[in-house]
Design a protein around this ligand. Sequence first.
Ligand code: DGL
Length: 261
Amino acid sequence: MPLGVFDSGIGGLTVVRALRSAFPRRDILYVGDTARVPYGNKSAETVTTYSREIIHFLKKKGADRIVVACNTASALAVGKLRESAAVPLHGMIESGVEAVLAVGGDGPVGVIGTAATVASGAYQAALSHVRPEWKILAQPTPLLAALVEESWLEGEVTEKVVRHYLEPMMREKIRVLVLACTHYPLLKGVFRKVLGSEVALVDSSEACAKSLESTETKVLEKGELKIYLSDEPGPFFGRVENFLGSGSVGSIQRIVLESVG
Ligand code: DGL
């Protein structure tokens, strides 16, 4: 049975990369809702409705477990989605928090993501739940996804934007920065340059793959990656395909998502 993975668009293929590296033999069905991206400026109600349609699609295709690769959907909708999913759903937040705890130590933690992810307070609440004494600094960083989609993965402008967003956290001497958005693994070089080596980066895609290690069983055949998109992939697809590695994508198909009542 394949593993289902979905995102608002194709940024969630960063999570697929981490999953394929951890479980190379697992078949993966990926849905990118390219017709309705971005989710990061939408309401919880809308994101929940869209996510339900995708889960319905993935279940019909046989997925026995579903990864909500989109941090925004994880923050806004996972609780509600679990009520009706009838298959195990893995969001980004629990695994992100586990990864922060694995870094060890004490002190302020920074979280960056879409406006909706930060406004939901989901990461802040989950971190405060396990470490009430920690200061959590959360910052919406909406320009970063746009920079990544334009392939501005380094250079003066991108560094300035990142510095502008992170300066308040740097003043508070954060110890860990959670990259709570599908697109941010592609900017790791810039984060490293701006923050230096003292601050640990928690990549939510890697954290998710790690947290699935205990539930995933090993199978023998080579895994295949099938991608379903609700609209054209767009120019950003080439960049993400490179990130995945050549020959990784088995097939790409255009789909229409049905509304579910
Ligand atoms: N995939 C979204 C996330 O991880 C970023 C893009 C969007 O706003 O839809 O939050």
